[in-house]
Design a protein around this ligand. Structure first.
Ligand code: UDX
Length: 448
């Protein structure tokens, strides 16, 4: 099938690559020419493990083309995916400017019947908004050209996006048009049936993928409610971790004991510094905003956000407990990305924690295996080091913020020698506590 994917961020690029891999003819477009030029030169605009291999393979096979000519791509393809960003505004409401702009352009460019698939995470009711904008912008000669809209939310996790695209746990189609649903099933057929030849074939996941067919509003809500629920799980566990600290319990044992109950489950049960990234913070706020807008009370969602904000400041409290006055102390931070296997720093806990430590007068150094520049929202006084030992030299305190697996292999004997004080705050309960205590470190986890 002839597919156009608008937007080459995480969702767009991964979707385009996945559809090309299952033999569709895909054009990925972006108005940002610098991104398209990178892709044309074989470079990835995002850090996503495994993605480059699939891009290279499908460009070679001519299944995948990159272009900044959005209009021509819409005209030449039959199926148009909208994968543009919907960043939060200060009020919490998602900014739909890019989505509106793209919808206008689709309307102006329509020259034959098209199926428009929305994958951007959007407020409830947006499918109808896209339809209206497209209709308003159809040219006179194409007034009779029909189009249909489907909501098809994305559940990719950064760092595991390629795997998630090939092995989704469910696929949601929001449309009441049977013809379009059948076309969507055809489009995703190899993924639904799990019968394609995929290099990292994982036999455990070869069962048929469940499809949910619903109206567009419910489809949009499935996406928001899923992310909000996962964030709720983490905030809940963080609250329990804080209780553990007060009563002397161990959160790792508590969550393990809870998680073995299949009604609760073991995933998204890791206590720590709190959730961040481009989705959870934005989506929980957006759902809370919608709830208020429609007169429903979002008490749980608001508490989930509050617990998450507080969790980051727990790290500062722990630093104060260990160091007393923070001014002039040297603090080495391990991890800047909001989670491992990504270079994404949007709403990363590192930003809040480092900014506060700098504000309190600390000299903060930070190291991350892939983030090598100071993120724009971070205080520019922070020193980014090229290796973790440089970060920790003469430091009064180490704060682990991101659970990069690389940090498990650090030479802690050496670290103990080069640090001024043997203090570790492990914001992810990730390091081997017993080993560190045996080496003479003072270790503080989260509820552990
Ligand atoms: C999330 C959703 O998982 C995905 O389905 C959706 O499409 C996009 O949003 P992502 O933002 O890539 O994906 O990150 P995810 O791996 O879900 O983690 C989100 C945050 O929660 C991270 O900051 C992570 O460190 C934190 N987290 C996760 C915890 O603190 N504890 C956990 O147990 C799990």
């Amino acid at each position: 099938m002839k597919v156009c994917v608008i937007g080459t961020g995480y969702v767009g690029l991964v979707t385009g690559v996945c559809l090309a891999e299952i033999e569709h003819n895909v054009i990925c477009v972006d108005k940002d020419e610098s991104k398209i030029n990178m892709l044309l030169n074989g470079k990835m605009p995002i850090y996503e493990p495994g993605l480059d291999k699939f891009v290279e393979k499908n460009v070679k096979k001519k299944n995948l083309i990159f272009s900044s000519d959005v209009e021509s791509a819409i005209k030449s393809q039959d199926i148009i995916f909208i994968c543009v960003g919907t960043p939060p505004t200060s009020a919490g409401k998602p900014d739909l400017n890019s989505l509106d702009e793209v919808s206008k352009l689709i309307g102006k460019s329509i020259n034959s019947y098209k199926v428009i698939i929305n994958k951007s995470t959007v407020p409830i009711g947006t499918a109808k908004r896209i339809k209206k904008i497209i209709k308003e912008n159809l040219s006179e000669e194409n007034k009779n050209n029909n189009f249909d809209i489907v909501s098809n939310p994305e559940f990719l996790k950064e760092g595991e996006a390629v795997e998630d695209a090939f092995f989704p746990e469910r696929i949601v189609f929001g449309s009441d048009n049977e013809k379009v649903i059948n076309l969507m099933k055809k489009l995703y057929e190899p993924i639904i049936n799990q019968d394609f030849d995929y290099a990292n074939n994982n036999p455990k996941k070869r069962e048929k993928v469940p499809i949910i067919i619903t109206d567009s509003t419910s489809s949009e809500l499935i996406k928001y409610a899923s992310n909000a629920f996962l964030a709720t799980k983490i905030s809940f566990v963080n609250e329990v971790a804080n209780i553990c600290e007060r009563v002397g319990a161990n959160i790792l044992d508590v969550t393990y004991g809870m998680g073995l109950d299949s009604r609760i489950g073991t995933k998204y049960m890791k206590a720590g510094i709190g959730w961040g990234g481009s989705c959870f913070p934005k989506d929980v706020r957006a759902l809370s905003f919608t709830a208020e807008e429609y007169g429903a009370h979002a008490s749980i969602l608001n508490a989930v956000i509050q617990v998450n904000n507080y969790q980051r400041f727990k790290i500062i409290q722990k630093a104060m407990d260990l160091l007393g006055i923070i001014e002039d102390k040297i603090i080495g931070v391990l991890g800047i990305a909001f989670k491992p296997n990504t270079d994404d720093t949007r709403e990363a806990p590192s930003v809040t924690v480092i900014n506060k430590l700098v504000e309190l007068g600390a000299e903060v150094r930070a190291y991350d295996p892939v983030v090598t520049k100071i993120p724009p929202e971070m205080d520019q006084k922070v020193i980014i080091s090229k290796d973790p030992y440089e970060t920790l030299k003469n430091a009064n305190l180490m704060v682990l913020v991101t659970d990069w697996v690389d940090f498990l292999d650090l030479d802690f004997v050496k670290i103990k020698q080069i640090m001024k004080n043997p203090y570790i705050i492990d914001g992810r309960n990730f390091l081997e506590k017993k080993k560190l205590l045996d080496l003479g470190f003072v270790y503080r986890g989260i509820g552990y």
